[in-house]
Design a binder for this molecule. Structure first.
Ligand code: ZN
Length: 245
């Protein structure tokens, strides 16, 4: 089985469609979505509809909660706040219901999904080996997929071991899972990459090979930016797409 890993789509339909095209060519038949389907981008409804139609699992992100009035906006900066309020006004009732029904944690055979971290599913961050060590301790399955930082990274820890370490994870260098180890993997963000590479990020989890592969996909950034500007979203949110920051 090959799963497509999607996270942090953030209402960016151009990026999502490019990624879905690429994943279907890569032989993916089911999808694991790690939340933040909306927030920042100009196409929250279309992105919800695409994700709703996919076979697989999806968990809720903090921006999804913000867009349905279920997250305290004081945690957000002014731009994220403005985007959340805009998204809440735009969301159609059926997409609002879809987001409201998403679970915080989802489970598959040997893996779990959360937006942030196994400790705080929607708001926790895993950005380094120190945070990953605590996260891996709280993790119930050998493999956990997270999003939220929009930066691809992977960590592993020997089961029952004390220290976890970052493992190389880049295009062309997949994570190969070994028995007796636990893994926590972030395949980056589809709709707003923040690792300095503006191409959309996504992943392929191959259960037979025991690998998680990172993919980067070019998309029409200018088209996504033009829609955001036309919608009156804060200009900085459109600008940053070109830099992957
Ligand atoms: Zn996000």
């Amino acid at each position: 089985m090959r799963y497509g890993i999607l996270s942090d789509i953030h209402g960016n339909l151009e990026a999502l469609d490019a990624v879905l095209d690429r994943l279907s060519t890569a032989g993916v038949s089911s999808y694991l979505c790690l939340g933040d389907v909306v927030g920042y981008g100009a196409d929250p409804n279309a992105c919800c509809e695409r994700v709703r139609a996919l076979p697989g699992l999806c968990v809720v992100g903090n921006h999804d909660l913000a867009a349905i009035g279920a997250f305290d906006l004081r945690w957000f900066n002014a731009y994220a706040c403005a985007a959340a309020e805009w998204t809440e006004r735009e969301l159609r009732p059926e997409n609002r219901s879809f987001l409201a029904a998403l679970p915080e944690v989802a489970w598959g055979v040997g893996f779990q999904l959360v937006h942030g971290s196994p400790i705080k599913p929607t708001t926790g961050y895993v950005t380094d080996a120190f945070e990953a060590t605590a996260a891996l301790e709280a993790q119930k399955e050998p493999l956990c997929f997270v999003g939220h930082t929009h930066v691809p990274m992977a960590f592993s820890c020997r089961q029952g071991g004390l220290l976890c370490a970052a493992v190389p994870f880049r295009v062309g260098q997949a994570v190969l899972m070994e028995a007796g180890y636990q893994y926590l993997v972030n395949c980056g963000g589809v709709g707003q990459p923040r690792d300095g590479n503006p191409r959309a990020a996504c992943g392929v989890y191959d259960t037979d090979a025991g690998t998680v592969e990172l993919l980067r996909v070019s998309y029409d950034i200018a088209a996504a930016q033009a829609k955001m500007r036309a919608a009156g979203l804060p200009p900085i949110l459109a600008d940053r797409l070109a830099f992957g920051r």
